[in-house]
Design a protein around this ligand. Sequence first.
Ligand code: NAP
Length: 485
Amino acid sequence: MLQKASQFLRQANLIDGEWVQADSGATIDVVNPATGLKIGAVPKAGKAETRRAIEAAERAFLTFRKTSALERSKMLRRLHDAIMDNQDALAALLTMEQGKSLTEAKGEVGASAAYVLWFAEEARRTYGDVIPSPWPDRRILVNKEPVGVIAAITPWNFPSSMLARKIGPAIAAGCTAVVKPASQTPYSGLAWGALAEEVGIPKGVVNVVTGAAGEIGDELCTNPIVKKITFTGSTEVGKILIQKAASTVKKVSMELGGNAPFLVFDDADIDRAVEGAVTAKYRNSGQTCVCTNRFYVQAGVYDAFVEKLAAASKKLKVGPGVEDGVQQGPLIDDKAVEKVEELIADAAAKGGKVVTGGKRHELGGSFFQPTVIADATTKMRFAKEEIFGPVAPVFKFKTEEEAVALANDTEYGLACYFYTGDLGRAFRVMEGLKYGMVGVNEGLITTPEAPFGGVKESGLGREGGHQGIDDYLDTKYVCIGGLGL
Ligand code: NAP
């Protein structure tokens, strides 16, 4: 396993085209969550190294901004091909540091490549406008220009694809980047540096630093050279970054936490709903921002849904991600397991019924049983808090209005799902839900062609779709006068 992944196992930071250690020589250990064993160590960089990375990105920007859209598109195509040529090695690395099954890891790496390809295409379509002028002797043009140096900070749950959605549009737009992957999964982030180097992206265009989050984050947010911060992670940290970025009025894009509801109406195809529920709940062991946090099921099909979901949950194969047929790997660490245990204990104390699972898995470590809890109520903590684990609480509702109100009763607004066989209801409910993304009779909806992102405290901006490049571009209005009549 290590051998397969080792080609991309970089234990250094990429700054200005050089692989370097932290100034202090300090490192952070990286652990395989499936075994608890150390994989290796990466530099614990701080302010000074981050500043150098930002300055390198600024120097690179002077020439990179002048490359043609076609040239940058070709670079991204080469990057796409390199990712796909190395899909197995990159997936092995991802499973080793993150824990997800190899099947899911290959899927994530494939998604990274798909985003890069999408932005290779979008690079050539950053059209401006020629606007009919109100003056006979003047012309009005609107140009799109790269914002400059961008900074990206990403989480551990999708360590490859979350960077694809940031590095892809940055290069497409002609920006240069300093990226900081999560400390628990830095290798998939450092691999982006290795890949960029391999395909000939000029030095300084992609810089990767690992280390002290607060120090690196402060420098990225307050350094006036950085023109945009793009962050994927918790709402709590996102709010800190927005505040810090305010001091130099940077653009901010925030992909933050979610609390996805999953509604099942009496008229739904229950088997299809259960199939969608398993994907929307247990993917990445329940550790995705778009994972279902709350199932709301109409009274007429409640018992049948709970029974079928419990049966499907029980069947999931839990184990180390590298083993054949595994569908659910370990959670990221023991803290994540403790949180899940707390939420289950809280629900049980308030009348929740554990229908299946509910405990640490017999494999030990941070493995946890897929869990279904019936008779969930709004008093239980998971009605408000992100679970980030394989626990499916099922609430009962009576009417459509009640279901929509319950689904919207959260400060989050990222993804939501609902199942119905009634077309009128599909439109009414879709229009009533205050979310950035809605799956109707589908439990997995992410794709590069569509805009991914949330409303309310789930974030600002969109990644993917034609919208995904917008935040990397400035709009410049040009008025050309004195043209005569
Ligand atoms: P997190 O604790 O917010 O960490 C995310 C990143 O921020 C990591 O790189 C972390 O670095 C860094 N960080 C932490 N504190 C910081 C600070 N004070 N200043 C600057 N950077 C800081 O989130 P997580 O636990 O890794 O990820 C889970 C969260 O991400 C969930 O809430 C999930 O919903 C959300 N998420 C959202 C999306 C989306 O698209 N909306 C996608 C995936 C995940 P260290 O690792 O070094 O601490």
